[in-house]
Write a protein that binds this ligand. Sequence first.
Ligand code: GLP
Length: 258
Amino acid sequence: MEVIIQPDAAQAVDLVARLLAERIRARPDIVLGLATGRTMEDVYERLVASRVSFRECTSFNLDEYIGLPPDDPNSYRHYMQVHLFSKTDFRAENTHVPDGAAADLREAALRYEMLIRLAGGIDLQLLGIGQAGHIGFNEPLSAIRSRTRDKCLTPTTRAQNAEMFGGDADKVPKRALTVGVGTILEARELVLLATGPAKADIVARAVEGPITSMISASAIQLHPNCKVVVDEAAAAGLQARDYYDFIFANEPEWSAYR
Ligand code: GLP
């Protein structure tokens, strides 16, 4: 794992957007794993502005609320349409979001896993992190080998996402369909982005704490090609930041980003 600390959220977002655009230009038919949440809105805005072409790309989103149809303004399918898909040349048929409105969720989950496999697996998985330590909607005690399935959300997550539901946590669906931690770990590269002081504690636990299913994001420590990009505020709890800064300042891989 490499941890990249940027002075502020805008620069952390910029770095991630640049890295994504670079990967897409290097491999136009890349298979992307995409994330939602407020943090990602700025990443998508930068990507749209970069004018990189998504024409040959395939995408798989991490998760979707159960019970929300794709056109519901709070669904993650709708979020992706608004922030990325409708503003780029992504082909609709190449974009995938789990079907939270499926009558048979188990079948929808198995199908999603199959589609990822048929696409050749995910090349680059973008990740945010929730205050409950989730990646996707892998809430505490999600098995590190879990696959796409339905998951009950924690009160912490429902409170964190209440803003999008008029500030009422009771309106946030109780369950979601999410790719598993095991599915995420099979992506060839992981890029986790976290910004702001509210993420400082959970970032420190995920990056430097023990690997535990209580914090599913800690499983990224098992991944051989993983980058964590944070701003100063989200980096505040990290112990080894001098070393992370040293790597960013010296590794040739990062020379274009310094
Ligand atoms: C939701 C998504 C997660 C994402 C998280 C972060 O809960 N299911 O995949 O990591 O939001 O949200 P934000 O960026 O709004 O803090």
